[in-house]
Design a protein around this ligand. Structure first.
Ligand SMILES: CC(C)(COP(=O)(O)OP(=O)(O)OC[C@H]1O[C@@H](n2cnc3c(N)ncnc32)[C@H](O)[C@@H]1OP(=O)(O)O)[C@@H](O)C(=O)NCCC(=O)NCCS
Length: 157
């Protein structure tokens, strides 16, 4: 990528771009690992605007920008529980996920934790493996009555 990736804290005005990335990344990128029904339910989480507002208000929530457009986001819940990492479908494999993760890990360290934990999708597992995260267990998450498989991973910082 030629232009630099800038990281900043998310604001409530970013919600339309963030939810659009969330929906489109699930529909286009995660679809290779999940059924149509699972993708539909998961992507519909984009519509819960109150929940996105709460995440931005309460969590450590950052966005990555290229040319002033949001191309990815990440947020940290409860000090060391990394709850979300999504990169725009057209900007995959350009180092954006790595940059967001580095900043999230620094934040966990400054919160005085030595371990970071996350629930990650099947799609994201090779990325987290590349970053030396260890799989603790495979698990099932119930989303509005539909079960999605993911992995609990952790890494010592
Ligand atoms: C997982 C995700 C955030 C990674 O973001 P990214 O910006 O594409 O990742 P990077 O470019 O920083 O990748 C760094 C390295 O991780 C590894 N990696 C990333 N994606 C990979 C994949 N699909 N398969 C294999 N290795 C992968 C590679 O080693 C890569 O380095 P390389 O491109 O030089 O080979 C992104 O693919 C994504 O948005 N996935 C869908 C959403 C999702 O499932 N998020 C997790 C929710 S729980």
């Amino acid at each position: 990528m030629k232009n630099p990736i800038e990281i900043r804290q998310a604001t409530l005005e970013d919600i339309p771009e963030i939810t659009s990335i969330f929906r489109n990344t699930i529909i286009h990128i995660n679809k290779k690992d999940y059924s149509e029904k699972q993708i539909k339910i998961w992507a519909s989480g984009a519509d819960d605007l109150e929940k996105w507002k709460e995440r931005i208000d309460k969590f450590y929530f950052i966005v990555a920008e290229v040319d002033h457009h949001i191309v990815g986001f990440a947020y940290l819940k409860n000090g060391n529980y990394f709850d979300g990492l999504f990169v725009h479908k057209d900007y995959q494999r350009q180092g954006i996920g790595s940059k967001l993760l580095r900043i999230i890990e620094s934040q966990v360290m400054s919160n005085d934790y030595q371990v970071i934990k996350s629930d990650v999708s099947k799609t994201a597992l090779p990325f987290f493996d590349n970053k030396y995260y260890e799989v603790i267990k495979k698990q099932k998450k119930n989303l509005k009555g539909v079960v999605l498989e993911n992995y609990l991973v952790e890494k010592m910082l």
